[in-house]
Write a protein that binds this ligand. Structure first.
Ligand code: SAH
Ligand code: TYD
Length: 407
């Protein structure tokens, strides 16, 4: 039986997806033969309630100099991170003299560029060279490293303690959280704040968003599991702020223990998690059953449309779509190609299912009958700019929170 990475308690997986490729492992036809796979399954620790993968690829296999995810591809995310940076500059750092900000997983500089433009001392820690270079071009000071205890010690020795450590959509990606939090504990100034956000477990369960489960998402955080984890260090959550991005995220504001009283929102969320059963195995069993039903419905819908000779394309070659396509066994017989605005994904094949990824021009030049929205978390932005598609009769298919054709 696998053991919890945080507290070593044995746990059983509640959902098994079978063999899966790396979610962002878009590939060329020549690379298909050697494609790497692993067994994707997820479980919950019955002691600290951390939801986690049983197995995962090594971080170096996922984050490298050809990483496919560029954060700044979405206008909505650019706005979100500008707002995040403005809050850090205006509120958090307001009274600090010559502050120092570190971001873990700074990617193409979507957030730190604003900190840099404000003339604030900063450092991005980013192991994926290609996306990190895009940040350097925006004036973001970056080191090409995985953040861990060792990296934190080096930063403190060179630059001193950090007034703010920021991390978006990255802490849940790091298998060795003990090393990360020991690093945060060392690097964070006595009065500093560690602020991280990730997709939120409660939203994932409510929306049957099983596509959040893929190679990079080693953990699915709740306040319950995060509080238990931080209590093992000199760190505690002092505020929680729900965010609409990535299908429902949670921002955790963390300080050294005892520095500031937690806001009432912390206790309220803890109560809500208890009443919605995040600490009950039956909750996860119900989710697993809903996932199986969702798969059957999506397969049935696409098969029926294909029997009627409808043309279906995908919109957004997301990491999330790798789970959906492979788990539902959907290939080019269902989906002709997937449209995506990221140059690093275009003219490649989707991981495992080998559906071609094409630039949005291909979508606009010859509209299909149906477009399945794999980037459902960007629905407003995408539907907002593709109104010509719907005006001429095109329809959207979505599967979160339910499989449906949107008129
Ligand atoms: N923060 C950005 C990027 C999220 S994608 C956003 O929210 O859009 C996750 C990023 O974390 C990738 O760029 C990846 O290379 C980086 N990453 C993965 N493991 C890391 C680690 N141990 N330390 C720092 N960055 C890491
Ligand atoms: P995203 O949903 O952010 O995440 P993940 O890969 O982690 O599941 O990815 C959005 C993808 O959709 C990304 O590849 C960019 C693409 N995209 C478009 O092609 N057009 C758009 O208008 C937007 C917003 C995104």
């Amino acid at each position: 039986m696998p053991a919890c990475r945080i507290c070593q308690t044995p746990f059983e997986p509640f959902l098994e997806f079978g063999e899966m490729p790396i979610a962002n492992g878009f590939l060329t036809p020549e690379e298909v033969e050697d494609e790497y796979t692993y067994e994707l399954s997820v479980g919950v620790c019955p002691s600290c309630w951390m939801v986690q993968l049983v197995d995962h690829p090594d971080p170096e296999q996922m984050f490298h100099d050809e990483y496919a995810y560029f954060s700044s591809t979405s206008e909505g995310m650019k706005r979100h991170f500008r707002g995040f940076a403005e809050w850090v500059i205006g509120d958090l750092l307001e009274d600090r003299q010559d502050p120092f900000v570190v971001e873990i997983g700074s990617n193409d500089g979507i957030m730190l560029r604003h900190i840099s433009e404000a003339g604030i001392q900063h450092l991005g820690v980013e192991p994926s060279q290609n996306v990190g270079e895009a940040a350097v071009e925006k004036g973001v000071r970056t080191i090409f490293e995985f953040f861990d205890r060792g990296t934190a010690e080096e930063i403190v020795a060179k630059d001193g303690p950090a007034d703010a450590i920021l991390a978006a959509n990255v802490i849940a990606h790091i298998p060795d959280l003990t090393s990360v939090l020991a690093g945060v504990e060392t690097l964070l100034a006595p009065e500093g704040r560690f602020i991280f956000e990730n997709h939120y477990l409660g939203d994932m369960l409510d929306k049957t968003a099983y596509d959040q489960i893929y190679s990079e998402h080693i953990y699915h955080f709740s306040l319950t599991s995060v509080s238990d984890l931080l209590a093992r260090f000199d760190l505690e959550v002092i505020d929680v702020q729900p965010q609409p991005v990535h299908g429902g995220s949670m921002r955790y504001v963390v300080a050294h223990t005892g520095v500031e009283d937690p806001t009432p929102a912390v206790e309220q969320l803890r109560d809500r998690e208890r009443s919605r059963g995040l600490d009950e195995p039956s909750t996860y069993k119900r989710f697993a059953d809903a996932v199986q039903r969702s798969r059957d419905r999506l397969r049935d819908l696409l098969s029926k449309l294909r029997q009627e000779d409808a043309r279906i394309v995908g919109y957004g070659a997301t990491a999330k779509s790798t789970t959906v396509l492979n788990f539902c066994d959907l290939g080019t017989e269902h989906i002709e190609f997937i449209s995506d605005a990221t140059p690093a994904k275009q003219d490649k094949l989707t991981p495992g299912t080998h559906i071609p990824v094409k630039a949005p021009d291909s979508f606009r030049e010859d509209y299909p009958d149906y477009a399945i929205l794999f980037a459902w978390n960007h629905a407003d932005e995408i539907m907002g700019k593709e109104t010509a598609y719907t005006r001429q009769g095109g329809k959207w298919i979505t599967y979160v929170p339910q499989v449906a054709v949107v008129d």
